[in-house]
Design a protein around this ligand. Structure first.
Ligand code: PXP
Length: 238
């Protein structure tokens, strides 16, 4: 299992004052130096954190894989086809939301997803779909031509009551095993932190974790390089 670091909130901090501090690319390079195997950024419709120029700079300068998170807006699809990241992760996006609030309903948008997968594949870009840990969603993800699913761990992360939390973990485990059995690569992410990542890391068929907010937040305490290493130690010791 590998760690991909989402650097959106380095950009959030930068944008609070304009200018280029903290530097998004520098943060990505530090994360790579610490052992991250991929860099993730979300180009949102309102460009509230990552800007177009960041995506181009990351693609040009990082040495690991670039995962561009995006919703299916025409202008952002055009940017993805121009930048050619290694992977696009398709997410639902609402303008008022603080962060991505739920997985895609792949059934409702399956025709658009088929067209999108064709376009991305024609450029050699892999496609991952961010979905709830649900067998039907996994099945449709496979049928539209996705290469990977990223299972939403936000519900698991937010639950506090032990029984319900365990129930959600079982759902994530079952969805992972099913996706793996039908030939989809599996990622997981959202709301993962230093306390709750271990249980997810025990699910061996998950190929990668995508973690952002907690890594950037803990960097204030431990520094970015050490924080990334802490998460990698959790992944590797489980
Ligand atoms: N995966 C997806 C698809 C996301 O949209 C996000 C948030 O940008 C993350 C992972 C990372 O979530 P967090 O910032 O809570 O670690």
């Amino acid at each position: 299992m590998i760690l991909n670091v989402n650097i959106d909130h380095v950009a959030t901090l930068r944008n609070a004052r304009g200018g280029n501090e903290p530097d998004v690319l520098e943060a990505a390079l530090i994360a790579e130096k610490a052992g991250a195997k991929g860099i993730v950024c979300h180009l949102r419709e309102d460009r509230r954190h990552i800007k177009d120029v960041d995506v181009y700079q990351l693609k040009k300068n990082i040495s690991t894989r670039l995962d561009l998170e995006m919703a299916m807006y025409d202008d952002i699809i055009a940017i993805a086809l121009d930048v050619v990241p290694d992977l696009v992760t398709i997410v639902p996006e609402g303008r008022q939301e603080l962060t991505t609030e739920g997985g895609l309903d792949v059934f409702a948008i399956q025709h658009d997803l088929i067209a999108l997968c064709d376009k991305m594949h024609s450029k050699g870009i892999e496609v991952s779909l961010f979905i709830e840990p649900d067998k039907t969603q996994v099945e449709i993800a496979k049928s539209v031509g996705a290469d990977m699913v990223e299972l939403h761990t936000g519900t698991y992360a937010n639950l506090t009551e032990a029984n319900r939390k365990n129930g959600e973990l079982i759902r994530i485990n079952e969805a992972t095993l099913y996706a793996d059995s039908i030939g989809l690569k599996v990622a997981a992410g959202h709301g993962l932190n230093l306390d709750n990542t271990a249980d997810i890391a025990k699910i061996k068929q998950i190929h990668e974790l995508s973690i952002g907010h907690s890594i950037i937040s803990n960097s204030i305490k431990y520094g970015l390089e050490e924080t990334v290493k802490k998460f990698i130690r959790i992944i590797e010791s489980n």
